[in-house]
Write a protein that binds this ligand. Sequence first.
Ligand SMILES: *[C@@H]1O[C@H](CO)[C@@H](O)[C@H](O)[C@H]1NC(C)=O
Ligand SMILES: *[C@@H]1O[C@H](CO)[C@@H](O)[C@H](O)[C@H]1NC(C)=O
Ligand SMILES: *[C@@H]1O[C@H](CO)[C@@H](O)[C@H](O)[C@H]1NC(C)=O
Length: 628
Amino acid sequence: MKEKSAPLMVVSLMMIMMIIRPCLGRFVVEKNNLKVTSPDSLKGVYECAIGNFGVPQYGGTMGGIVVFPKSNEKACKTFSDDEIPYKSKPGGHPIFLLVDRGECYFTLKAWNAQTGGAAAVLVEDDRIEPLITMDTPEEGAAQDDYVQNITIPSALISKALGDKIKKAVKNGEVVHISLDWRETVPHPDERVEYEFWTNSNDECGPKCDAQIEFVKEFKGAAQILEKKGYTRFTPHYITWYCPEAFILSRQCTTQCINRGRYCAPDPEQDFSVGYDGKDVVLQNLRQACFFKVANDSGKPWLWWDYVSDFAIRCPMRAKRFTKECADRVIRSLGVDLKKVDECIGDPDADVENPVLKAEQEAQIGHDTRGDVTMLPTLIVNNRQYRGKLARNAVLKAICAGFEETTEPSLCLTPDIETNECLENNGGCWQDKHANLTACRDTFRGRVCECPTVQGVKFVGDGYVHCEASGLFRCKINNGGCWQDTRGGRTYSACVDEHTHGCKCPPGFRGDGVRSCEDIDECKEKVACQCPECNCKNTWGSYECSCKNGLLYMQEHDICISKDGSSRVGWAFIWVITLGLAAAGLGAYVVYKYRIRRYMDSEIRAIMAQYMPLDSNVEIAGHDSHESI
Ligand SMILES: *[C@@H]1O[C@H](CO)[C@@H](O)[C@H](O)[C@H]1NC(C)=O
Ligand SMILES: *[C@@H]1O[C@H](CO)[C@@H](O)[C@H](O)[C@H]1NC(C)=O
Ligand SMILES: *[C@@H]1O[C@H](CO)[C@@H](O)[C@H](O)[C@H]1NC(C)=O
């Protein structure tokens, strides 16, 4: 619960150190969208403020229905079974528990909501005011144990919206809302810039432990992203300065370097024991310089190794928080120690240190980012990260800084996915039988995309339809087509050469996808129909045998005798032979007749030369003959 503006940081032991800009600090409340989808009377997009704990689903959305408890409205006590009137069942709608602000820490409300089965907690403000950021309790004030275990996202909503939702629920309406974090991190380009404001002090309790735990846990992901050019990471260190009047005081000389210019609080808050603030500033400066030198040599990711190795090898507890120990770590990482020392310069000199000066300037907020006054602070694409400082939660926020489809593959790995595919297959296409699905979990939520399996690409809308395409498509699940084996014979409706679709093979009919039915060639009289034929249907084909020891010729669908001729054949040959004979006889008769006629006309012509004949008769006779 805070809105910390820090014109003046009053550090323990009455030590006064000032943050670089002594005017009003600026604190930016990070927001995301809350969309009410039903009832109609409430439909719309509202603002809510992201809590600084739990795991906001950066880059994604989350839908559910709003429920508020029958009693324990402020959620300061553990919920009993009947206090939350509706329990989310597997496959059911997630529950957004709406609770009232006040009486206890925001984190306790979230924890009670989480243990009560809620998927998210909405805290209704108890006064009319601009939204604030719900924060974790001050150190030591609560058991950090449960705070670290909060995994549900939380949002503060205005009193006006909360009251409207309550009214609707009381009237028996079901209020569906969706929380949307997609635009929470801007994505101006293909690279995500992020900053981590930290501290080399390892003895400040849970906050320091959380910082170093985070560095160790996030190192692997950070280095992959940096090496591949997806991100530009910059570590930062907060320092304070000593007001002019106190520069020569014991406080300032033990807490500051460069004559009161750069200070850090004493780790034990006791000047007489252990390390001084000065030692912390120096180690901070060494880490900043290490980054600068590593960055200049093109290997900025070495910072992650240095900081985690330093924490392991040179802890304050073991009294190894020294330059010698730090130098050993630097040397083992192969970074130029001389350059690091040059960058650090002389801490006792009355001069500016360019690196720390730049750090102090960077503390001042600009654009969408507030002043940095707290440790640790993570800033992604110039927006302050809200939520738990844990690998997957932070990775989600960084991944959300990429335009969709340009995110690195690390963002699509199983450990930061949303597991939405587990429920009803995310509403995507699937073929349970072949164990194929179009549902893919990503940190943004699930996407329905037809899969590529063993090099075979599936095409379709991904929701209701996907089918294998291209060469070898029949290899996967038989291309989604019908296939069956009986008595050692397999028939398939998939044809590799066809780019898509299924077609029942000859002898079958059907849609080719779910079924192909055998065609009964005998009943349907499509084959084996000769009188001597004896038809027997088989699966996918038919068998035809002939009576009286005849042989079946499938090409002609006839029966023939075993010596090479069938009765049908005989009859046929007889017809042909007789036909040929008749034709031959006819031709002979015509020939004979024509010869005779020819001779007749020759004789007549010869005779006409000797005696007059009636030429008219001759022509008429000739004509009648030609017309036969
Ligand atoms: C938090 O989680 C840790 C590790 O999973 C577990 O040991 C601890 O008991 C949890 N704390 C609470 C309050 O549930
Ligand atoms: C790190 O190096 C890049 C170029 O290599 C440069 O643009 C960037 O400003 C450097 N960052 C720091 C903090 O020196
Ligand atoms: C289905 O496939 C997934 C991944 O390809 C595998 O993990 C799972 O065990 C398979 N399930 C069955 C029933 O084959």
